[in-house]
Design a binder for this molecule. Structure first.
Ligand SMILES: NC(=O)c1ccc[n+]([C@@H]2O[C@H](COP(=O)([O-])OP(=O)(O)OC[C@H]3O[C@@H](n4cnc5c(N)ncnc54)[C@H](O)[C@@H]3O)[C@@H](O)[C@H]2O)c1
Length: 346
């Protein structure tokens, strides 16, 4: 059977590795995963694919144009690229914004330039609902694909920049480009600096769980497998030049979510510690996903509570994976971001 060859960038990270796991099961693509293995990207996340015959891993950096050019020229028959590679954590973008500009904007620009050289045929840029900015806590509004972009953090503004550059390449050079903007994902293999895995990790160790501000900030949670199903659908059927929102229709405040996790783990709510808020902390996100439902017939198939429970179980069973994530870099970051905030509370 003829298999289209595609490149997944950032496939050793959370969503990328879940995407590869899903696509390899479907057996209609041959995948080359390019990842620089930075922070959240890990060989542990992809080791189960090592012996798959339709899969290859290449350690590489999307910031390095010469590497990309050499690679794509050598491979020749690549059909498309799905770009998951990014610096993905808002808190880190506040600590060191330059890394975000370099990978999330200039890295995407490099991929687009490779595209402009005619070295592949379709590009999907993975973006985020955070590009729309935030809503008031009591707002009933939902962001649509044509809502104005009003990002508030270095992370979300770098992602919005990449969206705009990608769309300009679609219009100017007539390149086949689509974009997905999803809400907050959760599920296995998410690096334990993000809210859900961090809460599970701290709770399992009976350590303080830091919650920013009053904890009432609202996020729309999407199970990662529903996101990867939607991404594949957009890659295969999305209309060139279009953006597709992918929401979970599960809007929950951080504090309520953390309490749910503690209940699942049968842990004491007194572990919760409110700490000084993140600067410019987005209050609420809410996505209108009617376009992908209407045009691409996408439906989420996973329910929130059972998949949250499944996720908690996964972290309990894979505590060795979590421990491996907690390297020197993680400790430095945690110390810088939370330790002082937690100390202030004492
Ligand atoms: N996690 C979410 O809730 C969420 C929501 C919406 C959108 N997104 C977007 O989805 C994508 C994937 O997010 P994630 O949560 O899986 O992130 P992640 O941090 O787990 O994974 C990112 C991957 O990119 C790799 N990477 C970083 N810089 C690189 C570079 N210069 N060259 C090559 N590889 C590099 C990392 O090694 C890592 O494997 C990102 O573009 C992110 O903006 C994430």
């Amino acid at each position: 059977m003829f298999m289209k060859k595609i490149v997944i960038t950032g496939g050793a990270g959370f969503i990328g590795s879940n995407f590869i796991r899903y696509v390899l099961k479907k057996k209609n693509y041959s995948i080359i995963n390019i990842d620089h293995l930075l922070l959240s990207g890990s060989r542990e996340n992809i080791k189960e694919f090592t012996n798959e015959k339709n899969y290859r891993f290449i350690k590489g950096d999307i910031r390095d144009f010469d590497f990309l050019l050499k690679f794509f020229k050598k491979e020749k028959d690549i059909f498309g690229v799905i770009n998951f590679a990014a610096q993905s954590h808002v808190d880190r973008s506040i600590i060191s914004p330059k890394d975000f500009i370099d990978t999330n904007i200039l890295g995407v620009f490099n991929l687009l330039e490779i595209f402009r050289n005619g070295l592949f045929k379709r590009f999907l840029q993975i973006s985020t609902d955070e590009v729309y900015g935030d809503l008031k806590i009591d707002s009933k509004k939902k962001f649509k694909e044509d809502s104005p972009l009003k990002p508030n953090s270095p992370y979300s503004s770098s992602k919005a920049s990449a969206d705009l550059i990608s769309l300009s390449y679609n219009k100017t050079y007539n390149l086949d480009i689509v974009i997905t903007r999803s809400s907050n994902n959760f599920g296995p293999y998410q690096f334990p600096e993000k809210l859900i895995p961090l809460t599970i990790l701290k709770a399992l160790k009976n350590e303080k769980i830091p919650i920013y501000g009053d904890g009432k900030n609202v996020r729309d949670w999407l199970y990662v497998e529903d996101n990867v199903r939607a991404i594949l659908n957009v890659f295969e059927h999305g209309k060139s030049g279009n953006v597709y929102n992918i929401g979970g229709d599960n809007e929950i405040s951080n504090i309520k979510l953390v309490k749910m996790i503690l209940k699942i783990l049968d842990k004491d709510e007194r572990l919760i510690t409110f700490v000084k808020d993140r600067p410019s902390h987005d209050r609420k996100y809410s996505l209108d996903s009617s376009k992908i439902k209407r045009e691409l017939k996408h439906r989420n198939i996973f329910k929130f509570y059972p998949t949250l429970k499944k996720t908690v179980e996964w972290y309990k069973e894979n505590i060795r994976w979590v421990e491996k994530c907690i390297d020197e870099d993680f400790k430095k970051y945690y110390q810088k971001n939370y330790k002082e905030r937690l100390d202030e509370e004492n």
